[in-house]
Design a protein around this ligand. Structure first.
Ligand code: NAP
Ligand code: ZN
Length: 351
């Protein structure tokens, strides 16, 4: 075991602050990575503030972070895919049982025994896993990913969560050239959904609550921007989207978006984990054979496929790189939907 510098929160109302954590020494299949950049996902904030207490209660202290890129510093004796000096990346999962039907199908995100990158039982050290707001991490090579060499590492970090979480449902629901895809919420996930849907040849409609994001949405690849608070604009888009990717993190009225789906259209929820407070008006679903669905990240092979796609198409996130000392300020800005479009921590600031 060795000590590593990190940032952790001691409780749901505590700020993130400097801490020292323990990491395992690499075992035979492990890769030790010096973390260079880590994105700030809204899920980090949900966990730190215990928003999902009924589903995944937070164990404190928590070290969040699951959009990790860095450089390999040491490998175990049986590691074949990585060597010291290689670039490497880690997303939201660091292990799974690898034996269940879901793992065998490349769907580790549904494994009943998956280990998440943070706030998940740590099989090696006991306690819970600690994430990427840290100077280093040790991960089994099967859960380490390769970043294409042409991509900027800071801008690639958000691909490890925001990227795969939007790529996977766009692929699963068969988005191809000419399809019309709606994206609700232009934040970290939303702006990646726009980039991918556009790259797949779809026509993209952004639904936003922020009038000031219109120009950016068009620049990122949207063909149409709808201010979701404007009834007239919402009416004009009725019946048009074959797929809607909903990235809103908090309770919101789905009845406002379901009419925008076409016959057989699907609304996929990515953000809001919890009970709807509004009744769902099922008429829109029934009378037009629509579906309401959800999706969570993606498997390891699909994550590598997504990274390779990004390398081939030169896709990365729009980021604001910041020192870790500004992380609490960044959280406040994330809560105000004031980020263009992902904060990324420059881990050199931790030294
Ligand atoms: P984010 O960067 O904060 O973006 C969320 C966007 O939603 C905001 O930019 C804003 O866009 C819109 N929004 C925020 N609050 C809203 C409200 N009350 N009503 C309507 N719109 C609102 O968050 P993110 O990192 O993209 O994450 C989005 C959600 O996905 C979070 O809940 C996160 O935990 C979850 N998530 C899920 C997965 C998964 O696997 N399913 C993976 C990662 C993250 P506008 O300004 O354009 O309205
Ligand atoms: Zn995330």
């Amino acid at each position: 075991m060795y000590n590593a510098k990190a940032y952790s929160a001691a409780g749901e109302t505590s700020p993130l602050a400097p801490a020292t954590i323990t990491r395992r020494d690499p075992t035979e299949h492990d890769v030790q990575i010096k973390i260079l950049f880590c994105g700030i996902c809204h899920s980090d904030l949900h966990h730190v503030r215990n928003h999902w207490r009924s589903l995944i209660p937070t164990v404190y202290p928590i070290v969040p972070g699951h959009e990790i890129v860095g450089r390999v510093t040491k490998v175990g004796s049986a590691v074949t895919k990585y060597k010291p000096g290689d670039d490497a990346a880690v997303g939201t999962m660091v292990d799974s049982d690898r034996t269940c039907a879901r793992c065998k199908a490349g769907l580790e995100q549904f494994c009943p025994n998956e280990t998440l990158t943070f706030n998940s039982p740590d099989k090696h050290l006991g306690g819970v896993t600690y994430g990427g707001y840290s100077e280093s991490i040790v991960v089994d090579e099967r859960f380490v990913l390769r970043v294409p060499s042409n991509l900027d590492l800071a801008r690639a970090a958000p691909l490890l969560c925001a990227g795969i979480t939007t790529y996977s449902p766009l692929r699963h629901w068969g988005v191809t050239k000419g399809k019309k895809v709606g994206v609700v919420g232009l934040g970290g996930l939303g702006h990646m959904a726009v980039k991918f849907a556009h790259a797949f040849g779809a026509r993209v409609v952004v639904f936003t609550t922020s009038p000031g994001k219109k120009e950016d949405a068009l620049r990122l690849g949207a063909d149409n921007v709808v201010l979701s608070t404007d009834k007239g604009q919402m009416k004009a888009i009725r019946g048009q989207c074959e797929l809607i990717i909903d990235t809103v993190p908090y309770v919101h009225d789905l009845n406002a978006y379901l009419p925008s789906l076409s016959i057989d259209g699907t609304l996929v929820m990515l953000g809001f984990l919890g009970d709807l407070e509004q009744p769902l008006n099922t008429a829109s679903l029934i009378l037009r054979r629509k579906s309401l669905a959800g999706s969570v990240i993606g498997g390891i092979a699909e994550t590598q496929e997504m990274l390779d796609f990004c390398g081939a198409h030169d896709i990365t996130a729009d980021v604001e790189v910041m020192p870790i000392q500004k992380v609490n300020e960044a959280y406040e800005r994330v809560l105000r939907s004031d980020v263009k479009y992902r904060f990324v921590i420059d881990m050199a600031s931790l030294e």
